[in-house]
Ligand binder design. Structure first.
Ligand code: FAD
Length: 409
C-alpha cells in the first residue's frame, strides 16, 4: 500500500517507533510469555513510558496526545510480532479507557483517565455474562439503588484484564423489565491480582485509588491463544458503587457500550491484520530459504500462489482498515465499515496463519516458529468484540435496512 494514501509523517514515525519497540522488547519474549501464559508487566511499564497505553488521549489527561490513526497503527504493529501485546493495548485503551473519556463527567475523567492513559494501572470493560454474550442486552447483573450508592451483583465473564486491572466500566440492570433501556454503566475499581510484582516494578497499582468493596477477579482462563493476555471472570458481590461512579446517564449503558464496541472492532481489525502480516512475512522468508527437490519452495507454484493470495488479501485488508479509521476521524458514521473491517480482517488472519503453517510444513506445527502461535492467536479475533456472525448481522441490517424499512442499528 502506498503509505501516503492514509498516513502522514507523524504516523510513519509512530509506526517506526512501535516496530522498533516490538522487535527489541516483544519478539524476544513472546514465545515464553505464550508458553507460560504470563502477563508482560515489564513491557507494560515500557509501553507506559513510551505513551503506548494512552496513544489517542490528550496530554492533559495523561495521554500521548496523538490521533486515532496513530492508535490503530500501534495495535497493528505490535500484533505483527505478538497478538497478546496488541490486544493489551486495544482492550486497555478502547474498552478500558474510552468509555470514561467519552461518557464520563469531568471529575471522572480527571480522576481515572490519567492513571489509565499513562499506564500506571490497567483498565477493562465488563459486558459479557454467562447468559449474555452475543445477546449483550440480556444483562442479568443487577444494580439496586440505595441512598448514596448502588449495590451491584452479578458475574462478568471472559473479561480482559479482570485480574491484572484496577479500573473497569461494567454494565448492570438498573430498571428491570425495560429491556436495553434498563441498562446503566458504572465505574468499578479493585486491586490488581499481581500486587507484589506490581509494587516491586512500580507499575499496575495505585495505593491511593479508592477501591470498591465487593469487586474481585476469578481464576485465570486457560486459553488457546492470546495467552499473554489476562482473561478472567469479574465478580460483583454486593459491590457498593458510589452514585458518583455512574458512567453516563442512567439507562444509557446499552447505547453507550454499542458505541464503544464500534471503535473496538476497528482495533480487532488492526490486531487481526497485524497477525496476518506477521505470519505472511515469516512464510515469505521461509519460502525463500527452505529447499526441497533442490530448490527454494517459493519457486513452486503451489507455494507462490498461496503467498500471492496472502499478499493480496492483506493489501485489501489494509485499505478496509485504514479507510475506516479515516472515516472515524472525520466524524462520519462508521458502524458498518467497522463491522466489515473486523469481519474481513479477522477471517483473513485465520486464513493467512493457516496458510503460513502449511508453508512451514512440519516445522510450522512446532513452537520453534511463531506461526503456530499466530494461528492460535488468530482464532479468537473471529469471536471477541462480536463474533463473525454478529458482524454479518450488523452489516446485513445496514445494507438491507432501508429496503426493508428497518433502519440499521
Ligand atoms: C479471550 C477473550 C477475551 C474477551 N474479552 C472480553 C472483555 O474484555 N469484555 C467483555 O465484555 N467480553 C469479552 N469477551 C467476550 C466476547 O465478547 C464473547 O465471547 C463474544 O461476544 C461471544 O459471546 P459468547 O461467548 O457468549 O458466545 P454466544 O453468544 O453464546 O455465541 C455462540 C455462537 O452462536 C452464534 N450466535 C449467537 N447469536 C447468533 C445470531 N443471532 N445469529 C447467528 N449466530 C449467532 C455466535 O456467533 C457463536 O458462534 C472476551 C472473550 C474472549 C474469548
Amino acid at each position: 500500500m502506498d503509505d501516503s494514501l492514509y498516513f502522514e509523517h507523524q504516523h510513519l514515525q509512530v509506526r517506526d517507533m512501535v516496530c522498533d519497540f516490538a522487535k527489541t522488547h516483544v519478539a524476544p519474549v513472546a514465545r515464553e510469555l505464550d508458553r507460560t501464559s504470563t502477563f508482560p508487566w515489564e513491557n507494560i511499564k515500557r509501553m507506559g513510558e513510551l505513551g503506548l497505553l494512552g496513544v489517542p488521549w490528550s496530554e492533559e489527561l495523561g495521554g500521548a496526545g496523538m490521533d486515532q490513526m496513530s492508535y490503530y497503527i500501534t495495535i497493528h504493529e505490535l500484533a505483527k510480532v505478538d497478538a497478546s501485546h496488541g490486544l493489551t493495548v486495544s482492550a486497555h485503551t478502547n474498552l478500558g479507557t474510552s468509555p470514561i473519556v467519552e461518557f464520563g463527567t469531568d471529575a471522572q475523567r480527571s480522576r481515572y483517565v490519567p492513571l489509565l492513559a499513562s499506564g500506571q494501572v490497567m483498565g477493562g470493560f465488563g459486558l459479557t455474562e454467562p447468559g449474555a454474550g452475543s445477546d449483550a442486552g440480556s444483562t442479568a447483573t443487577t444494580a439496586v439503588e440505595k441512598s448514596d450508592h448502588y449495590l451491584l451483583n452479578g458475574s462478568k465473564i471472559f473479561i480482559t484484564h479482570a485480574g491484572v486491572g484496577e479500573i473497569f466500566s461494567v454494565t448492570a440492570r438498573t430498571t428491570p423489565g425495560q429491556g436495553n433501556r434498563g441498562i446503566t454503566s458504572f465505574i468499578v475499581t479493585k486491586d490488581t491480582v499481581d500486587l507484589d510484582a506490581c509494587r516491586a516494578l512500580g507499575v499496575g497499582h495505585v495505593e491511593n485509588l479508592p477501591k470498591v468493596r465487593g469487586v474481585s477477579a476469578g481464576k485465570k482462563e486457560e486459553k488457546m491463544g492470546w495467552r499473554a493476555s489476562d482473561t478472567r471472570e469479574l465478580i460483583l458481590e454486593d459491590a457498593m458503587v458510589p452514585k458518583e461512579n455512574v458512567l453516563g446517564t442512567v439507562g444509557q449503558g446499552f447505547v453507550n457500550f454499542l458505541k464503544t464496541l464500534d471503535g473496538g472492532r476497528i482495533g480487532i481489525a488492526a490486531l487481526s491484520l497485524g497477525i496476518a502480516e506477521g505470519a505472511y512475512e515469516e512464510a515469505l522468508k521461509y519460502a525463500a530459504t527452505r529447499k526441497q527437490f533442490g530448490k527454494p519452495i517459493g519457486t513452486f507454484q503451489g507455494v507462490s500462489f498461496s503467498l500471492a493470495d496472502m499478499a493480496t488479501e492483506i493489501e485489501a485488508g489494509k485499505h478496509l482498515l485504514y479507510s475506516t479509521v479515516r472515516l472515524k476521524m472525520s466524524g462520519k458514521p462508521f458502524k458498518k465499515e467497522a463491522a466489515m473491517a473486523k469481519l474481513y480482517c479477522s477471517e483473513l488472519a485465520m486464513r493467512t496463519t493457516t496458510k503460513a503453517v502449511q508453508i512451514f510444513g512440519g516445522y510450522g506445527y512446532t513452537a520453534d516458529y511463531p506461526v503456530e502461535r499466530m494461528m492460535r492467536d488468530a482464532k479468537v479475533c473471529e469471536i471477541g468484540e462480536g463474533t463473525s456472525e454478529i458482524q454479518r448481522i450488523v452489516i446485513g441490517r445496514h445494507i438491507l435496512g432501508d429496503l426493508l424499512h428497518e433502519p440499521g442499528r
